[in-house]
Design a binder for this molecule. Structure first.
Ligand SMILES: [Zn+2]
Length: 557
């Protein structure tokens, strides 16, 4: 009896499934499914948050009934929503808010920088700290040393951080408040830049040295936004990200306070999908369960972000061979970057603790000498506690060589390459031709069958999907048109796959999202041009006209 009931139920269920109609159908499109390379569908049926089927208009029309919303794409191109696996999301505030930090990545001269800081100083109470992020010394025509920042204000302490996030510039008021002068010695893992032939710091503080700028108790910080203002700032930020073609993001250094924000966004039904990597100081709480893990379609908390090594664009990452530039202090080519402050032994034990707890390691590392330390620590952890398919990640994974890639492949490590040549390519020239040929080696890794992801590291480089895609395909600088590592170029469809399937792979979700095939989450973007056929220099100009996340139109119409 029991069995009869069960088969009757299954029969009824399969009839229902066959008769199921779509909530949303897209027709007359150029749908890049990523099922195989070159595969295109004309139409797609979506029910709830998943794709039911893709195929020809005729095949898909059977899913339409009177309640189905049908969108005629009129030949437009559809891609899976991009997955920007490594960002540093921050709430968006308007300039006049006292807690708003200035965005400096678009400032193109020292004069404009000083003028902008002056405008901010004019609406900021005297003595209160003024903050900016993302300055680019290539655009400014030099580092914004204290002399420049002093012109903006002598009544406000000022701190602005470099686009790499690895150096900060301060004005004299802030340097003096923190007692940083000619007698201050460089800390391990950091350096104060000095005026030529002098010990006097010029205001540029590298790596660990930048933390000295926050030591003084006298610093008057701007008031904090209220919890509601902050939530609104995050909604604004993530709405912009969705509109730019990105439907999943990774936060590559999350604090417990930010976890609360992500949980709130998910609870209110915000359509973005979040992968949270806790910052190293919170690893213990994640391991012991004080921070709860999560593994849903909208929120994953399963990993720890570790920073081991320094910056590529900030020219501080640690190398085996010296940088291709003259060391200002010695007058020779003998600068190898700054060694990581953490020893191999301490990295080994940190990784082992994370690995043993069944969590994923995502370790920032740029220089070849740093990357080898990271691989060695992963290998030791795996040897001590073997764990199949752990997919530990190396973030940025910039200066590589064949030996590094062989180990990455053998160890099942997932490289998460940056590819920001469009914005910061000029800075790569200090690594010389030989190293540039294996910098973010997207082609070599692909040919070796290594699955990898790409990312913006926003705000280090901007997150809009088409800018990132253009940068990965062209590897060309925006201003000079210099190509960095032409041998590592990949075509648009392979780069799209890295941004979608590759992104999903980094979070063990490749069976769930990243391709436009039946059963996967209906996260997709509609474009006004086809990036796989357009002149690759024009990819940046392609417009995202619609974003669908979880089967719902969340941007455009
Ligand atoms: Zn980062």
């Amino acid at each position: 009896m029991k069995y009869i009931c069960l088969s009757a139920f299954l029969l009824a269920f399969s009839i229902a499934a066959f008769a199921q109609k779509a909530d949303l159908v897209l027709i007359n499109g150029n749908i890049v499914t990523l099922k195989q390379k070159g595969d295109r569908a004309q139409a797609m049926a979506i029910a709830g948050d998943k794709i039911m089927a893709e195929g020809s208009v005729q095949e898909i029309s059977k899913y339409i009934d009177k309640n189905t919303k049908v969108i005629d794409l009129k030949g437009k191109t559809v891609l899976p929503g991009f997955n920007d696996v490594h960002q540093h999301p921050a709430p968006l505030y308007t300039f006049d808010k006292p807690y708003a930090t200035l965005e400096l990545d678009t400032v193109t001269s020292m004069k404009n920088l000083v003028a902008l800081l002056k405008r901010k100083a004019a609406i900021t109470p005297k003595g209160m700290l003024i903050r900016g992020v993302g300055y680019n010394e290539t655009k400014l025509g030099g580092q914004p040393i204290r002399d420049s920042l002093d012109k903006a204000s002598a009544d406000h302490p000022i701190i602005i951080s470099h686009v790499s996030g690895h150096l900060s510039a301060a004005n004299s008021m802030l340097m003096e408040m923190n007692g940083i002068d000619e007698n201050t010695v460089d800390p391990a893992g950091g350096a104060f830049e000095r005026y030529p032939n002098s010990k006097r710091p010029d205001g540029i503080c590298k790596e660990v040295a930048a933390s000295y700028l926050h030591k003084s108790k006298q610093i008057k910080y701007p008031p904090k936004p209220t919890a509601d203002e902050e939530m609104e700032g995050y909604r604004k930020y993530f709405s912009n990200v969705l509109a730019s073609g990105v439907t999943s993001i990774g936060d590559a250094w999350t604090t417990p306070e930010k976890v609360v924000i992500y949980r709130k966004l998910v609870a209110e039904g915000f359509p973005m999908r979040f992968n949270v990597l806790m910052g190293t100081p919170y690893a213990a709480d994640l391991i012991n369960g004080k921070i709860q893990r999560s593994n849903t379609d909208h929120l994953r908390i399963q990993g720890v972000k570790v920073i081991h090594g320094n910056s590529l664009s900030g020219k501080t990452c640690w190398l085996y061979e010296p940088y291709d530039m003259i060391n200002r202090v010695t007058g020779k080519k003998d600068y190898y970057g700054i060694p990581p402050a953490r020893s191999q032994a301490s990295l080994d034990s940190l990784f082992l603790a994370i690995h043993k707890a069944g969590l994923q390691i995502a370790c920032h590392s740029n220089g070849d000498r740093e990357i080898d330390m990271v691989i060695s620590a992963i290998e030791k952890a795996q040897k001590a506690v073997p764990r199949g398919d752990a997919r530990h990640r190396i973030e940025h994974c910039s200066i590589t060589n064949q030996g590094i890639l062989d180990k990455i492949k053998a160890d099942g490590i997932v490289p998460v390459f940056h590819c920001y040549m469009y914005e910061l390519g000029e800075k790569m020239q200090v690594y010389g031709e030989k190293r540039m040929a294996m910098l973010h080696p997207t082609k070599t890794a692909m040919d070796m069958g290594i699955v990898y992801a790409l990312h913006s590291d926003a705000p280090i480089s901007p997150y809009p999907a088409m800018i990132r895609l253009g940068s990965a395909v062209n590897r060309k600088t925006k201003d000079g048109g210099i190509v960095i590592g032409a041998n590592q170029r990949i075509d648009a469809e392979d780069a799209i796959k890295a941004y979608t399937y590759g992104g999903a792979y980094t979070t063990f979700e490749e069976e769930k999202k990243g391709r436009l095939i039946a059963g996967q989450l209906a996260d997709l973007i509609v474009l006004d041009q086809d990036p796989t056929t357009i002149d690759s220099d024009k990819i940046y100009d392609i417009k995202v006209t619609m974003t669908v996340a979880g089967g719902k139109v969340v941007f455009g119409k």
